[in-house]
Ligand binder design. Structure first.
Ligand code: TYD
Ligand code: MG
Length: 455
């Protein structure tokens, strides 16, 4: 029999190479290739076309059953899940260390346990005493959550297999789990994939909701190996700046409901508090307008949120390469908008440092933010504050056109509710129907620049 070939798997993107290399050929990550268990070599005669059991093929008619869901006792968490945890499903929750994943899941586990359904919390990172200490801090120490500190997937599955399967199983984190059936250290692609596969199969068979906590790589991808995202039903990202109190739980994938829904929390001394009305959370609240600040009515999932975008432009005297730094937005997109402003509007940013910040530690995903970013940049460059009660939204094309975006009326209604009586955006018929906002329809970027520069 042929000797199985060695294979090397990139821990960042999961691609396979036959030789070790310093850099992954697929995703260009450095030092990410790790030797993996060899692929099974099938014999030539291996044939799958007979000898199996027959499976039932069914029609597509509705059976009328919506998936059964369990509430987490946290409306914001349920919202991000698309209406609660689906029975027998697997959820992957990613986020930076210290952002609050363990805290959120312990709170949810406590609520579910208190409601009389079983909840098991398995930590591969902390001892039960540490988890208990956190529970005390959260004021949920009396909840009948069952804790364990374990990393061996076989032990965990054997234990879970005894008695009534719990409604919720939390595995914190999947990177710390290992299976004695698989070669390699915990955290390698084959270990993570193998353990996740077994845990997910258990959850599907027993009707438990399984939450896997996943670590995030440097570039913000959930759980390092992307393979996990394909295996689970729901992927959630827990975002925020550690130095700010606000946290956003965002649905990135959902087999049972809408994606892009967000849940908003504030981290406090007693854990995560829900923010039911986040609308004005990310506004600075100052009365006097300052140059470089623009308000953007964002839509996250089905929910409007007003966000302040701040820009700072610093002219450099020397010929040093100017810096561009972005917090809460896409750096590539900023570079593109600066290039559009230079080539379509004749503005010069090439000898200036440009800083862009989304207030409150918020991370913007809505593509309609372009116009607000441009307004903030032009205002900062010209050192002219924008009108205090104005909002800006729209997508900007490479040609310098301002393109229509979705949800115009929802954005305007929310802005009006919070006292913003002026809005600038792409031409939109619905805009005229919103009371209390005077709408300035703009089709080309130079017109916007004239508005700001002209006062
Ligand atoms: P944690 O849930 O451990 O984060 P993760 O599991 O994502 O790594 O949260 C850790 C941070 O949250 C830690 O810096 C302390 C802070 N925290 C609070 O501010 N209040 C609290 O009630 C708790 C439990 C934690
Ligand atoms: Mg943790």
């Amino acid at each position: 029999m042929a000797k199985p070939k060695k294979r090397y798997v990139c821990q960042a993107c999961g691609s396979v190479a036959t030789r070790w290399q310093g850099q992954c050929g697929e995703c260009q990550e450095w030092n990410s290739l790790v030797e993996d268990a060899p692929a099974t070599v099938f014999s030539q005669k291996h044939d799958l076309s007979s000898g199996g059991r027959l499976i039932a093929l069914e029609g597509m008619e509705e059976t009328g059953e919506a998936p059964e869901r369990i509430g987490t006792g946290l409306a914001e968490f349920d919202r991000a899940l698309g209406g609660g945890l689906v029975v027998g499903s697997a959820i992957l929750m990613g986020g930076d260390p210290g952002i609050g994943k363990s805290t959120l899941l312990l709170q949810a586990a406590a609520n579910i346990a208190k409601s009389g359904r079983g909840a098991v919390y398995i930590s591969g990172e902390e001892a039960p005493a540490q988890v208990r200490m956190r529970a005390r801090r959260l004021g949920v120490a009396d909840a009948p959550v069952r804790l364990a500190s374990a990393t061996n997937a076989r032990d965990i599955l054997t234990t879970l297999g005894q008695g009534e399967p719990p409604a919720l199983i939390v595995i914190d984190s999947i990177q710390t789990m290992f299976s004695d059936q698989i070669e390699g250290a915990p955290g390698t692609v084959s270990q993570v994939r193998g353990c996740a596969f077994e845990l997910i199969r258990f959850a599907k068979e027993c009707g438990s909701a399984l939450v896997l906590v996943g670590h995030v790589t440097k570039d913000g991808n959930i759980a390092g190996p992307r393979v996990l995202e394909h295996m689970v039903d729901v992927v959630l990202a827990f975002e925020g700046e550690r130095s700010h109190q606000y946290r956003i739980l965002r649905g990135l994938k959902n087999r049972f409901g809408p994606v892009d829904e967000i849940g908003v929390f504030a981290m406090g001394a007693e854990g995560l508090a829900e923010i039911a009305n986040p609308s004005s959370l990310f506004l600075s609240g100052r009365e006097e307008p300052v140059a470089g600040s623009a308000v953007f009515p964002a839509i996250e999932g089905t929910r409007p949120v007003l966000v302040e975008i701040q820009a700072l432009v610093v002219r450099l005297q020397s010929g040093a390469t100017p810096r561009r730094a972005v917090v809460g937005w896409d750096g590539g997109r900023l570079a593109m908008l600066l290039a559009v402003l230079e080539s379509r509007c004749g503005l010069n940013f090439s000898s200036a440092e440009v800083y862009l910040n989304v207030a409150g530690g918020y991370r913007l995903a809505d593509p309609a933010a372009d116009l607000a970013v441009v307004a903030a940049l032009v205002s900062a460059l010209a050192d002219r504050p924008l009108a205090a009660r104005a909002t800006w939204f729209g997508e900007v094309s490479l040609a310098g056109e301002i393109r229509p975006v979705a949800h115009t009326s929802m954005r305007l209604r929310e802005a009006a509710k919070l006292g913003f009586d002026r809005a600038h955006g792409p031409p939109a018929d619905e805009a005229a129907t919103i009371k209390g906002v005077s709408y300035d329809a703009l089709d080309l970027l130079p017109k916007l620049v004239d508005r700001i520069m002209g006062g």
